[in-house]
Structure formats: C-alpha cells, structure tokens
Design a protein around this ligand. Structure first.
Ligand code: FSO
Ligand code: SF4
Length: 555
C-alpha cells in the first residue's frame, strides 16, 4: 500500500513519505490519520454552521482539537487509538448534525449536508477503515488540484494542528476561548469544501496565524496562572544519585500531577526536551525532588532513554520508536501513544494516576552516584525580560548591544541543523541571542557570557513561548518608538513539525519580514506560493552562518 505525508521537515527526499514515515509512522496509521481528518472536517462542517445559528456543541469542540493534535508529527502511532478516535468522531458528527438540523428547522433554513469525503461512515473493522483512508490521501488532492492549491490546503491544516496542541494544553489548565473553537470549526468547514481559490486560501492561512496568537496567549495565561511567571533560574543538567523519572513532551499539568504523586517517595524527577522550561516556574520548581534536566532534544531520545536508569513519561510529542531496552519503563499519556507502550489515561475529573510510572522507577536501578554538578540558566520569558527592559534599552542606546537574534524553533536529526549552532557561536560579542523550543539544545550549554549583567543567551522557553518572544519584541518596539520590523532584531527559525508552522503563520500575520527559515523549506509549499512568501514577506531560506550574519548585521 502507498501512503503520502509531507507535513514535517524530515519528510523523505524532501518531497513526501510514500512507503513508510521517516518518523516511524506506518502506512496503515497514515491512512487512518487521513481518514480521521476527513471525519473531523465533517464534524466541523456541522459544528460551524450550528454555531452560526446559535447552537454550540462541546463534544465537537473537544473532538476536533483532539483529532488535529493526535495527527501532529510524533504524537499518535497507535492504529487502534486512531481508529477509536475515528469511531468517536462519527458519533459526534451524527450528534452535531442533528443539533444543526434542529437549529435550521427553528430558523426556517434548509440544512446542507457534508460532501462525500467528510461524510464517510467508518468501516466496522480496521482494514476497512485503512482502505477508506487510502481513498482520501493528500496525493489524491495534489493530483486533482496541483501542488500550490493542495499545499495551501495542507498549510492551513498543519497550522490548525499546531494550534490544537496549544488549545489542548491551555484547556487542561482551565483556559479556553469559545472564539478559538469557533474558528477551528470555521477553518475545517472551509477545508471540507475543498477550496481552490489561492487568495482565499492565503487569507485563511493568515487567519490561522491570527487566531493562533490568541491560542498561545491562552496557554501563556494558563501556564503562568497555574504556576507563576518563569523566573531566571540556574538548573542542574547532570544527574544526582537515586531513583528517577524523566518527563518529556510539553505538558505542565502532567508534570505537576507527577510531582505531587512522587513527593516524599525519594524518587527524583528530571525534565527532558521541551519540559526544560518547567524548571523556571515557581509553582513547579518549588518541589525539591524536581532536581534538574537530563538529556537534550527529542531526536536524541533513543540513546538518552536507553541510558536513563529510571522510568520515562512522554506527555506529548516527540516520541520515537522505543527501543526494547526501555519499552517496559516508558509510558505515554494524553494524546501521545505508541503500540505496546503503557498509556496513562485521565479520569473523568482530568486527574491521572501515575502509580505504574512510580513503580517502574522503583524497579529500575536509579543513578548510583552524583555526577559532577553543571548548571545552565533558563527562565527568560516575557515577565523576566520586561523586568530588565530599562537596562536592555539603555544598553542598546549606549551602543553596548548592537543587535538581537532570535534563534529558535525545533530540532531534528539532519546534519544541516549544525547551521544553528555555528550561527549562535559566530554571533558577535555585542549581540544578544533570544532562543526557544528544542532547537536550543544545540547551543544552550555553551557559555555566552553577558553584556553589563544582561546574559547574552536568553532562553524564553518552549515553542509555544514564542508568544513571550513576540511580546518582548513588541515591547522593545514600543520603547524605541518603531515597528518590530525596524528593530535591530533578526529572526532565524528552525522548523520541524506543525507547531512551528502555526507560529510561522502567526509571525506572518503580524507582518514580520525578513525571517530566515531552515534547515529546508516545507515540501508542501508549492513553487508559486513560495514566490508569494518571498515577495510579500521576504521570507528567506537559511544560507551559511557567515553570509547570513553579514546580511543581518548589514555589514
Ligand atoms: Fe520540539 Fe517536538 Fe516543541 Fe515540536 S519537541 S519539535 S515544534 O514537538 O513542539 O519544539
Ligand atoms: Fe514523513 Fe514527517 Fe509525515 Fe512522519 S510526519 S510520515 S516523517 S512527513
């Protein structure tokens, strides 16, 4: 059987995964994910139109967020779980259709029906569903609509996937906005109509960026509301003796629950990957057994988890195929899943019982002794940076700080990503680097020193903390009485999966120009769309660190 997926940066040959996903996604799961998205479009078609007639549908809101998030790269590799979501989606679609038709009757309107693809009734068995999924692959739309139009449709879908991840993280901490759900349905209904007008597609993609800013704002409010504002914090990056649990992914609430359940057990908890910024939140770092960070970015996990002598909890992406050596001591929760890996589900009240993780940590060896202590400083989210804004502005005016670089985004396995390390190393001593997301592991343990007490490397946090970086840039622009594009600031982004896509759309919506993007450009952006991005936004592919630095500094 054939699959087609080109949603992430590591896609095969830079064009598309067609036999098996480079990420490990098999063709069967790929087909099921394609089917899931079509069912979700059907749900949104009715939910959007019912909402326009004043009838909301909570189950439809939650389902569409889950369906989108589950299909993000490196989230759900379990065909049975994807199939269960498809069945759930068909039930929700039937419910919301009835709600819509009732609303139409009350309003004296004629109801519309979902087109064939969004109305597919899932087959009774897995094989049947896989065949249905194969009939709705992206390749079919590329064949019918061409690269530009199909790619723009996918650009919107991927932006929505990334946004859904942020919406889900915010929701578990009690932050929601009905307008965000309304837009998710509006955009999915738009896609269900198989749109081909390039201007309308570009406008919708930029609207995704606009609404994603609100989603990131909600998540920022959720995280800081629950755990306080991140504060500059020295964190240990080497192990201490004792039994241990490693928490990877992006979900703060899961870490919080695990910390509560491990308090007083003598088990130490470490962050991994994108969980590193958790060590700067007052409400999380107050736990003395949250002892530090272990390891680096997601693509190194197979070696790092293998060597970690304890239990591992994946709260979201990016999971890779677990090695047999740690398959019995790795657990998934939330939407992330791998076949054969134990999954910790939430109860009806959202609470999770991490007893199996704690037992696996007790059964493992733990670290026999303390390693030599090494620390790094993190926690420069918007509140921390704004508190020293006056100092930063004075340093710029005095010529002590010449330029700011935002070197941020995802990491990945490709050799071309060394560019970001080399660039950070070559940034002149009178410049400051802002960073975020997992790409920073390539340089965040290097010593960059400081400029008059202001650290030259400021770690803003996770990928979603791009919101913080945007707020910092807007505040700096306000202080200098100019626009963000006129600031002595250059953005150099690394992308991997769909959260990076929605952040890029947000930056484009904000009118940010001259961004550099790498390590390669998205395969789903067709040649004519790329021309538009280059012409309208001066979006540039990365070159060499030397040439790019020269251009960015105007030397
Ligand atoms: Fe990285 Fe993975 Fe955070 Fe992504 S761990 S690659 S953009 O999921 O979300 O930065
Ligand atoms: Fe390939 Fe990326 Fe799709 Fe995985 S998510 S199948 S690596 S394009």
């Amino acid at each position: 059987m054939n699959m087609f997926c080109y949603q992430c940066e590591q896609t095969a040959r830079g064009t598309g995964c067609t036999a098996h996903g480079v990420c490990g996604k098999d063709p069967e799961t790929a087909a099921l994910q394609d089917l899931l998205l079509h069912v979700a479009e059907g749900v949104s078609l009715y939910a959007h139109r019912a909402r326009q007639l004043g009838a909301g549908h909570r189950a439809a809101d939650l389902f569409v967020v889950e369906a989108l998030f589950a299909t993000v790269t490196n989230v759900d590799f379990d065909p049975e779980r994807v199939a269960a979501l498809i069945r759930q989606g068909a039930t929700v679609r039937g419910d919301v259709r009835r709600v819509y038709e009732d609303a139409c009757r009350r309003a004296g309107r004629q109801p519309v029906s979902a087109a064939a693809e969004a109305a597919i009734e899932p087959a009774a068995d897995l094989d049947g569903m896989i065949r249905q999924g194969e009939a709705v692959t992206i390749q079919r739309r590329i064949d019918g609509l061409g690269n530009d139009v199909a790619g723009l449709q996918e650009l919107i879908t991927y932006g929505l996937k990334g946004m859904a991840a942020y919406v889900d993280h915010a929701r578990v901490l009690g932050q929601e906005d009905d307008a965000v759900y309304a837009f998710l349905h509006e955009a999915m209904d738009f896609l269900a109509g198989n749109p081909a007008d390039v201007d309308a597609l570009v406008a919708m993609a930029l609207k995704v960026g606009e609404v994603n800013l609100r989603a990131m704002e909600l998540l920022d409010a959720a995280n800081t509301g629950a755990y306080g504002h991140p504060e500059p914090t020295q964190v240990r990056v080497t192990p201490v003796a004792g039994k241990c649990i490693l928490v990877s992914g992006h979900d703060l609430r899961d870490l919080d629950m695990l910390l509560e359940q491990t308090a007083g057990t003598g088990i130490n908890v470490y962050t991994h990957g994108e969980m590193l910024p958790c060590l700067a939140y007052p409400g999380l770092k107050k736990h003395p057994h949250l002892v530090g960070n272990y390891g680096g970015a997601w693509q190194d996990q197979r070696r790092e988890f293998d060597e970690f002598p304890g239990a591992i909890l994946m709260t979201t992406n990016c999971i890779q195929k677990p090695k047999d050596s740690y398959k019995a001591r790795i657990f998934t929760t939330g939407l992330v899943a791998w076949p054969g890996v134990d999954h910790i589900a939430a109860g009806a009240d959202g609470r999770k019982d991490f007893t199996p993780v704690i037992e696996a940590a007790r059964a493992a060896e733990g670290f026999p002794r303390d390693a030599e202590e090494k620390t790094i400083t993190i926690g420069f989210a918007r509140n921390a940076v704004m508190s020293v804004a006056g100092k930063v502005i004075d340093a710029v005016k005095a010529g002590q700080i010449r330029h700011f670089f935002l070197i941020g985004g995802c990491d990945g396995a490709k050799p071309g990503r060394n560019y970001y390390t080399e660039l950070a190393q070559q940034v002149p001593a009178d410049c400051v680097i802002l960073t975020l997301a997992c790409g920073k592991y390539r340089f965040n343990k290097l010593d960059f020193g400081d400029i008059g007490g202001i650290p030259r490397l400021l770690d803003c946090g996770q990928c979603n903390d791009a919101y913080s970086a945007i707020q910092i840039a807007v505040a700096l622009a306000g202080a200098f009485g100019c626009g963000v594009n006129e600031l002595p600031l250059s953005l150099v982004l690394s992308w991997y999966e769909q959260k990076a896509v929605c952040i890029l759309l947000t930056l484009l919506h904000l009118g940010i120009r001259n961004m550099r993007l790498g390590p390669s450009l998205p395969a789903f952006v067709g040649p004519n769309v790329l021309q538009v991005l280059v012409k309208q936004f001066q979006l540039t592919p990365i070159g060499t660190p030397e040439a790019d630095l020269k251009a960015m500094l105007g030397d």
